[in-house]
Structures are given as C-alpha cells and as structure tokens.
Design a protein around this ligand. Sequence first.
Ligand SMILES: [Zn+2]
Length: 157
Amino acid sequence: MTDDFFADFGETLHQAAKEFTAKTDTFFESQKMRNKISGEQRKIDTFLKDIGNIVYQRFVDGEPQHEDIAVLCEKITEHKVAIAKMRESMAKKKGEKICAACGASMPKEAKFCMKCGEECKEEPEEEVVEDPKPASEEPETEETPADVEEKTSESVE
Ligand SMILES: [Zn+2]
C-alpha cells in the first residue's frame, strides 16, 4: 500500500510539475505574444502619426481638407501657437529671442539665427508709438515735476 501510495504521490508530483511547466510555458508564450502585439501596435501608431503630419502639412500649405480634418488641423495650429508664445516669453526672460523660421532661441542682439541662418528682423517692441516731443528736451521736463513735488511737500510740513 505504502509503495502504491508513494508511487501515486510521485506520479501526482510529476504531473503537477508537468502542468506547472506547461502553465509557465503558456505564460511566457502569451507574454511574448503580448510584446509582439504591442510592437505591431507601435508601428501602426508611428504610421498614423506620419499620416497626420503629412495631412497637417497639406493643410498648412493651403490644400483644402475635409471639414473634420480641417477642424483637427486648426486645433494643432492653436496648440503650436500656444507653445510658440510660451517659448517666446521664456526666451524673453533669459534675454533671448526665438527664430521665426526654426524656433531656436538666440541672443536678443543676434542678426541671424545660429541654427538655420534665417535673418532675424528687428521686432518692433512696445515703442512703436512715436514721442511727439524731441528727445533732447526730455531730461529737463522730467526733472521739473519731481522738483515741484519735493518743494510742495516740504512747504506743507
Ligand atoms: Zn532659425
């Protein structure tokens, strides 16, 4: 009986081990499959992205697009503008400016982009409104109100 028992027990163990191996094999097999599937999916995503870039470029070039595609392209442009604005304000804080052609940042005084060679036209800053008074008269008129204020505050006390 004991012999039978151990024989059975041994057989059971052997069977369990076999099943375990089979299970791990299928586990690794399906893991491999999952990796292959996600690899294929990544390729699809890359191609879809390429299609998107091609279609968007056509939209930018003025080629008429289907309405739903045009709406999505406009959204992309909006986000691109938002990025450009943020980069520009970041560059300004560092005393730099952004190349209009390639988006590279460079020193404010640069005449040409160091990355793409594009000529950087001087951006008209907030000084566009011309001062009606000649610049030479400025210092005198600036000093006078301060002097008057000082005198009046002294006389009040
Ligand atoms: Zn550039």
